[in-house]
Design a protein around this ligand. Structure first.
Ligand SMILES: [Zn+2]
Length: 300
């Protein structure tokens, strides 16, 4: 199959000009190494109309989208592909309200689909940050501090961010996790999931990091109002301003999926040519997700 490369929306529109061209792309991807029946495991079958596969042994007919995050997209794959393309290529992300208006779909439908894309943006946790890593905590959501009136404190979400820096002190990769508090227990998962034990980690003097020094090479220095963590604070500033522009309330449970979207784009800034194909592949390899499941996640 021919991979789609690049960020040019005109080229993109030429390749993916209707539902048919999109489903053909998914079918090529799904069965690029041949057909395996999901029901019986048989490997011979034939392609039917609409890019479905018909199993010769059990007569099961499988669509290109079944068993993937593209399952039951009612507004059509043409729109879905364009939304995905915009999500991975826009530097600031989009709201479900904007997407609803641009594609003529209902806002909740846009919201649900965009969360499916974010699901596929979750880190595989296979490539921990290494070399030089800066770590700090921050708070997002709610109103700006100092504003009078209603208390918005309950809307705030605490988070911890880890940034890998290059030798030239540039941001290479980033991971962010929502946390309940700043205790060592809450700070540990980002280390376990995203930071290599051989990395040189730098944090501020917060005592929550002290127990982690047993297993990780951590240097604790004064923050000096963020001056010693300049790159980290630029990232924190970007994520805060982005979350602030999301009109649909970014609930605590969902805030992590926005973190996934944000870091997915940053961590692939060197591989923009294949970023669209990469996310499509991830969506094809993820199990279907329903609106119901997403809502449950919110109310937990
Ligand atoms: Zn079969």
């Amino acid at each position: 199959m021919e991979l789609f490369r690049g960020q040019n929306i005109i080229d993109f529109g030429k390749v993916f000009h209707n539902d048919e061209s999109c489903v053909a792309y998914l079918a090529d991807l799904k069965w690029q190494d041949g057909f395996i029946c999901k029901k019986c495991g048989h490997t011979s079958g034939c392609k039917k109309a609409g890019h479905n596969y018909h199993c010769y042994k059990c007569n099961h007919v499988e669509s290109a989208t079944s068993g993937t995050l593209f399952h039951r997209i009612r507004f059509g794959l043409h729109k879905a592909f364009h939304i995905v393309f915009e999500m991975v290529n826009s530097s600031k992300g989009m709201s479900s309200i904007q997407v609803g208006l641009r594609y003529g779909i209902r806002q909740p439908t846009a919201w649900t689909f965009m969360h499916k894309v974010r699901k596929a943006m979750e880190s595989s946790k296979k490539y921990p940050l290494s070399k030089l890593v800066h770590v700090d905590e921050f708070v997002v959501g709610g109103m700006e501090e100092g504003k009078k009136g209603r208390s918005y404190n309950t809307n705030k979400t605490k988070a911890v961010v880890a940034v890998e820096l290059s030798e030239k002190n540039q941001v290479k990769r980033v991971y962010i996790k929502a946390i309940d508090d700043y205790s060592a227990k809450s700070l540990t998962p980002i280390f376990e999931q995203h930071i290599s034990k051989t990395a040189k980690v730098v944090t501020d003097k917060w005592k929550g990091y002290s127990p982690l020094t047993k297993e990780y090479n951590i240097e604790q220095i004064l923050s000096a109002n963020g001056k010693n963590f300049k790159q980290l604070h630029i990232i924190i500033h970007q994520i805060k301003s982005w979350i602030r522009t999301i009109p649909t309330h970014a609930s605590k449970k969902h805030v992590e999926s926005y973190f996934n979207e944000f870091t997915y784009r940053i961590n692939r800034s060197q591989s923009k040519q294949t970023i669209f194909h990469n996310i499509i592949k991830r969506m094809m390899n993820s199990k279907p997700l329903t609106y119901h499941t997403l809502i449950q996640k919110q109310s937990v």
